[in-house]
Design a protein around this ligand. Structure first.
Ligand code: SAH
Ligand code: SF4
Length: 371
């Protein structure tokens, strides 16, 4: 289940780990910073572009590290809003990274707010019955370098669209860890990747603009609460009572609401920030008004923001989104309690739904091509 590449990716190194590796070769400590500036600030695509390094050092680097361990195989601009990158890893696994552009009035699309949705595993072991990512189980965890590489691929794409003068800054506003996989089930690689993205020698991206979404691994939520970097947290709730939640999310058996809610409360008290409850609306499964009232009570208790997401149909699965009237009736119960609620209906806007499905289709096409 673990994939060990021939050469470790440079994108998985921290300033310290790279400096230690270079010290073995007798290189001064500042070299590590120089190399990472080429990678993250200048965003060169080849070792030979690192022109202030000697030729022998560049040769050694090329023999020792893989520069970026994810290659772009398909870029699918599905509409004005989402831009999906299908990436292939060293073992031919496919992952999806999605750029979601929220158009703003009076500015071009290249200046719109951009949210990047990244994956943390190939597949997922959690088995939520409605989700495309989990349909074929877990193939493997991503390494820290593979997680970071997704952001670099997004930067390459954005750099090509925006003027060169803006290149040094990563030109997006938010990162959401809502792609394929359960991020907290790959905790160490996730934290290492986010540390690299956050560091001033890395992409320099603020922790408060990074949201981690989890299906509710309670011990890991508590562990995350103790981390020095204050990431934002989103919980995939999708059921406001154990009865409904455990029908669609097997994780609820190990961590029912009586365990999950106190852990979420502990997290938000520690960080003093609002957390988000995500709630996919699935017809006749969790869209009743009793569920809306139970969700309202949980959200009030946790002072949480609620993100209602009309279900996006998945090929081969029977679930459907409720009618718009029903969605609105559900939302109205939350709004009446003065909760902060979003209900997005525009095509392509639901980040979650955008992830996972392109990969599944390409894997299926590949399988048919081989058969
Ligand atoms: N494993 C993590 C993060 C990835 S899933 C988690 O579950 O939170 C990101 C979000 O997409 C989750 O809220 C998930 O429930 C939601 N999602 C999965 N399939 C969906 C679909 N078909 N339509 C809408 N949202 C979906
Ligand atoms: Fe995994 Fe999240 Fe999908 Fe559940 S919703 S199967 S945890 S990716």
């Amino acid at each position: 289940m673990k994939f060990t590449p021939a050469r470790p990716p440079l994108t998985g190194e921290t300033l310290d780990s790279l400096a230690a590796r270079l010290a073995e070769r007798g290189e001064p400590a500042f070299r590590a910073k120089q190399i990472l500036a080429w990678l993250y600030k200048k965003r060169v695509r080849a070792w030979d572009e690192m022109t202030n390094l000697s030729k022998p050092l560049r040769t050694w680097l090329a023999e020792t590290f893989d520069l970026v361990p994810a290659a772009l195989v398909l870029n699918k601009q599905s509409d004005d809003v989402t831009d999906k990158l299908l990436l292939e890893l060293g073992d031919r696994s496919l992952i999806e990274t999605v750029i979601i552009r929220a158009p703003q009035e009076g500015v071009g699309l290249d200046q719109s707010r951009k949210t990047i949705c990244i994956s943390t595993q190939v597949g997922c072991a959690m088995g939520c019955v409605f989700c495309a990512s989990g349909l074929e189980g877990l193939k493997r965890d991503l390494s820290a370098g593979e997680i970071v590489a997704q952001l670099l691929q997004v930067c390459y794409r954005e750099d090509a669209l925006t003027p060169r003068a803006r290149m040094e800054l990563a030109s997006f506003d938010n990162i959401v860890v809502m792609g394929m996989g359960e991020p907290l089930a790959n905790y160490d690689a996730l934290l290492r990747a986010l540390t690299i993205l956050n560091a001033e020698w890395g992409l320099g991206f603020g922790a408060r603009r990074i949201t981690i979404s989890t299906s509710g691994l309670v011990p890991k939520i508590l562990k995350l609460a103790d981390e020095p970097l204050g990431f934002r947290l989103a919980i995939s709730l999708h059921g406001a009572t154990d009865e409904v939640r455990e029908k669609i999310m097997p994780v609820n058996k190990a961590f029912p609401l009586a365990k999950l809610i106190p852990a979420v409360r502990a997290f938000s008290e520690k960080h003093g920030r609002m957390i988000t409850l995500e709630f996919i609306l699935i017809e006749d499964v969790n869209d009743s008004l009793e569920q809306a009232r139970a969700l309202r009570d949980i959200a009030l208790d946790l002072h949480a923001h609620v993100n209602l997401i009309p279900y996006n149909t998945v090929d081969g699965l029977p679930w459907k989104r409720p009618s718009i009237t029903r969605q609105e009736r559900f939302a109205d119960i939350l709004r009446a309690a003065r909760l902060s609620v979003t209900l997005r209906r525009e095509k392509g806007h639901d980040i979650a739904a955008a992830c996972g499905q392109l990969r599944l289709k390409t894997e299926k096409d590949r399988a048919t091509a081989v058969a």
